[in-house]
Design a protein around this ligand. Structure first.
Ligand code: ATP
Length: 278
């Protein structure tokens, strides 16, 4: 899990959301998000939420969320950028303060990917997960996920960017797609309402097992969501080298296992991979 420094950013106008009520209503018995706050515009929901939750932890309890459809300085892994025209994409960050051992924190990002894959499936998309946590439709990326630790290490902020209404001409890179381009009619609010219950349920299961993802059945369920396994993959490493092999599974820590011809298997964590291609 990467850790970034929270920079200062302009405080946007806060708006009350009718969706928090709707999300709660749709949960019916499943774990409810503590708070969903929508803001008109923000540099990065992750930066903003790390700052807010760090300054006032009581106001941002476990599973509280900050959302916008106008994120102006979104980031990906390794300081890459995440861009979308205003009003066309959801940026959603969630505070997660699970009662698990610290070495299980790496699972939060993966589980967020599983939760978003399930959420988009619920909305009618044929979504799959590319390890570690790109959600894709038809092999194109519709959602990216970035997790960051809170400065006091009391939890993490799990952020997702989801392309909602971007037209084909607006897609920032050829490898991207949006729900609209894929013919899925859903709003940013629909995605929030579908995603948070899945995330809450998966994190609760990780907690109930004390952070033991295999015992909780989460290794199997994450593997089921991944379309990476069984594929020929190219792994680009930070030193610039490339490894080619077959992705055969994930281990108990969520690391990807790649079998290479005539070489010992490569086992990599998300933080160790610059790009994964297939
Ligand atoms: P990669 O896809 O290159 O292996 P990654 O999956 O780790 O890397 P991130 O670094 O998390 O991806 O996301 C940033 C990358 O996502 C950018 O480099 C860009 O290629 C792509 N990107 C940026 N904005 C969008 C968007 N709105 N939709 C889809 N992809 C985007």
């Amino acid at each position: 899990m990467e850790r970034y420094h929270a920079g200062s950013s302009r405080l946007p106008t806060a708006t009350r959301s009718p969706y928090a009520r709707r999300v709660t209503h749709e949960l019916s018995g499943r774990p409810a998000p503590a708070r969903v706050e929508w803001i008109d515009r923000v540099g990065s929901t992750n930066v903003e939420l790390v700052t807010r939750a760090g300054a006032d932890p009581a106001a941002w309890p476990h599973l509280s969320a900050l959302a916008t459809t106008d994120q102006t300085a979104g980031r990906g892994r390794l300081d890459r950028v995440w861009t979308a025209p205003p009003g066309t994409a959801l940026a959603l960050s969630v505070v997660v303060r699970p009662d698990i051992r610290p070495d299980a924190y790496g699972w939060l990002s993966l589980l967020a990917g599983v939760a978003m894959t399930r959420a988009l499936q619920d909305l009618g998309a044929v979504a799959t997960l590319k390890w570690p946590n790109d959600v894709r439709i038809g092999g194109r990326k519709v959602c990216g996920i970035l997790s960051e630790l809170l400065p006091d290490l009391s939890g993490a902020v799990v952020g997702s960017g989801v392309n909602i209404t971007l037209a084909k001409a607006d897609l920032p890179v050829p490898t991207a797609t949006s729900l609209a381009v894929e013919g899925v009619v859903a709003s940013a609010d629909d995605v929030v309402a579908a995603y948070l219950p899945h995330l809450a349920t998966l994190v609760a299961r990780l907690e109930e097992s004390g952070g033991d993802a295999p015992a909780a059945g989460l290794v199997r369920e994450t593997s089921d969501a991944l379309d990476t396994l069984g594929r020929s993959v190219r792994v680009l490493l930070p030193d610039g080298s490339t490894r080619i092999g077959t992705a055969t599974g994930i281990d108990d820590d969520g690391r990807l296992r790649v079998e290479q011809d005539g070489l010992p298997p490569l086992v990599v964590s998300a933080g160790e991979v610059t790009h994964l291609r297939y």
